[in-house]
Design a protein around this ligand. Structure first.
Ligand SMILES: Cc1cc2nc3c(=O)[nH]c(=O)nc-3n(C[C@H](O)[C@H](O)[C@H](O)COP(=O)(O)OP(=O)(O)OC[C@H]3O[C@@H](n4cnc5c(N)ncnc54)[C@H](O)[C@@H]3O)c2cc1C
Length: 514
């Protein structure tokens, strides 16, 4: 009998040994990972919890839907929970590790086929293990005029994993939960369903028309534990005739509401069609320098010191950045309107592409808006050093006074726990998604505890003020669900009990249990 370091909850060693033999029979022993060294990468988390508390019991790596169905039959028999990952790089939110210790990981990286690309419609039917880089390379090799709309870690992550987490990119299809059509899903009992018009034998619109007929169920498989997604139709961004950037610098903290309201008006009237960013000065600094190179004191850098640092380095309090698409004539007209609108808000400076000093394409978040893939955003993880990060991701309506309230609350709470506030606001027409990173040294138990407590307070206080979290780290999923009240949770539990009575799929995901 094997000596497993961790067992699935409620499963005896002998039962698990029997199950592992059955898994090996289905997949081949090489694709059933039970050795601690081979499981180690799946325990590696950056969030402020111990690796042991999220340790999986084993890892299964199927290569087909049929194998997944066979694995599920074994899991149901032994009541073994499975946590599905596509590429498992949900960094800052739990990475590849499960919400429930002892769950097995179902790693779909071997299912990495690009099954079909429709060059007329700009859609791609893909499997979970495909990365944005793989898809981009395919488009480049076949000289297809489309971009992938990737999140910052695009080269190494999966369009399916990112979409299921309702992630975002930076070009025309930035809101990924609205940029796909058609899923294939394996349910806990092994049934395979297709959403939209996917069930029709010669379907002509699976990747084109999301809604299908009857209840719209695709959303049920995002941020949930109701199924294993094995195929998805992702929408690609047609390469526009041109793209030009603009940035607006604001010198005062109080300028934020003006920036937000002006950007919203320009999005609602169609001058700007994609997400823009409003970053605070400290976040601009954090992307380029390690904190210890300009501040060695303990606790959050005092506000006056932040102001002095920004001044010294010629950085603004806020930098708003965005892009417009179209031919030369269109972009010239749009940039003129943008310049006029922002100049009326008395910023420190408005720069449109062509002005000296504007960041060029290929730099930071602006590069992502033109289909470029890089891992530059990972520089931010060096801000403190020591490998710890947890992201808080609240949403506000795109109104200046709300965004300001959220930023002020977030900053006050971070300061209370001795963390700097690196504000990243992703601005749309009606909503603003914020990413607040808490960066800490994982080797310092006091800072790990502080990061944990700070996240908890951030989530509670901002939610109570009306700013919900649109994504949440594994460890905090129950609390995030609790904040939305018992009725919704009971409804989700009743669905879970009906379709997965043994509770084998991702127990605890988004706070859903049987
Ligand atoms: C520096 C930095 C910058 C980042 N920038 C961005 C950004 O710009 N935009 C953004 O959205 N995110 C960003 N992230 C967060 C994260 O890295 C990405 O969202 C990433 O795409 C998630 O990892 P993944 O694609 O490997 O998904 P996975 O880790 O594979 O999946 C995420 C979750 O989805 C579920 N899941 C995955 N696959 C399946 C499946 N086939 N069936 C059922 N459920 C499944 C599981 O619960 C899983 O835990 C950033 C992270 C860092 C560290």
């Amino acid at each position: 009998m094997n000596n497993f370091a961790v067992l699935p909850p409620g499963v005896s060693a002998s039962s698990f040994t029997g199950a592992v033999d059955e898994f090996a029979h289905i997949l081949g022993a090489d694709y059933v990972l039970i050795d601690p060294e081979r499981i180690a990468p799946y325990r590696k988390v950056y969030i402020p919890v111990s690796e042991d508390s999220v340790a999986p019991s084993a890892v299964l790596m199927p290569s087909s839907v049929q194998q997944i169905q066979q694995l599920l039959a074994v899991c149901n028999k032994h009541k073994i929970p499975l946590w599905t990952i596509s590429t498992g790089r949900n960094i800052g939110m739990g990475s590849a590790a499960p919400a429930m210790r002892g769950s097995m990981i179902l790693d779909l990286r071997r299912m990495n086929g690009i099954l079909e690309v429709d060059a007329d419609l700009g859609s791609a039917l893909i499997e979970p293990g495909v990365t944005y880089l793989q898809l981009k390379n395919y488009l480049d090799e076949h000289k297809l005029p489309f971009w992938v709309d990737a999140p910052s870690p695009g080269p190494i992550v999966s369009p399916i994993g990112n979409t299921l987490e309702r992630g975002h990119g930076y070009s025309t299809h930035q809101d990924h939960v609205y940029a796909f059509s058609g899923m294939e899903v394996v349910l806990a009992n092994g049934d395979v369903i297709r959403t939209g018009f996917g069930p029709l034998p010669n379907c002509k619109s699976w990747q084109a028309f999301r809604a299908g007929y009857g209840p719209y169920i695709d959303g049920m498989f995002t941020q949930s534990n109701f199924g294993i997604v094995t195929k998805m139709g992702i929408w690609l961004t047609p390469v526009p005739e041109g793209a030009k950037s603009f940035v607006v610098y604001y010198a005062h903290r109080e300028d934020l509401p003006k920036a937000v309201d002006t950007f919203r008006r320009l999005r609602l009237n169609g001058t700007i069609t994609v997400v823009g960013s409003i970053l605070n000065g400290l976040s601009l600094l954090g992307f380029s320098a390690r904190r210890s190179s300009f501040w060695t004191g303990k606790g959050a850098i005092p506000r006056q010191q932040v102001d002095a640092l920004l001044k010294q380095r010629g950085l603004p309090q806020w930098r708003l950045g965005g892009v417009v698409y179209g031919d030369d004539q269109e972009t010239t007209i749009k940039l003129r309107k943008i310049k006029q609108a922002f100049e009326a808000t008395s910023p420190a400076e408005v720069l449109i592409e062509g002005s000296a000093g504007i960041p060029s394409w290929g730099e930071g978040d602006l590069a992502s808006a033109t289909g470029k893939l890089s891992l530059d955003a990972f520089h931010i993880l060096n801000y403190i050093g020591g490998g710890g990060v947890i992201f808080h991701m609240p949403v506000s309506a795109m109104k200046g006074r709300y965004v300001e309230q959220l930023c002020n609350m977030s900053e006050d709470i971070l300061r209370r726990f001795g963390f700097d506030y690196l504000a990243m606001n992703w601005c749309n027409d009606r909503d603003m998604h914020q990413t607040t990173g808490i960066f800490f040294d994982q080797t310092d138990p006091a800072r790990v505890r502080a990061a944990h407590d700070c996240f908890d307070v951030l989530m509670q206080e901002t939610s109570k003020a009306g700013f919900g979290n649109y994504r949440c780290s594994t460890h905090y999923m129950d609390k995030a669900a609790e904040l939305l009240g018992p009725e919704l949770r009971a409804f989700l539990r009743s669905i879970k009990r009906a379709i997965d009575p043994n509770g084998i799929l991702a127990p605890g995901k988004s706070g859903i249990h049987i």
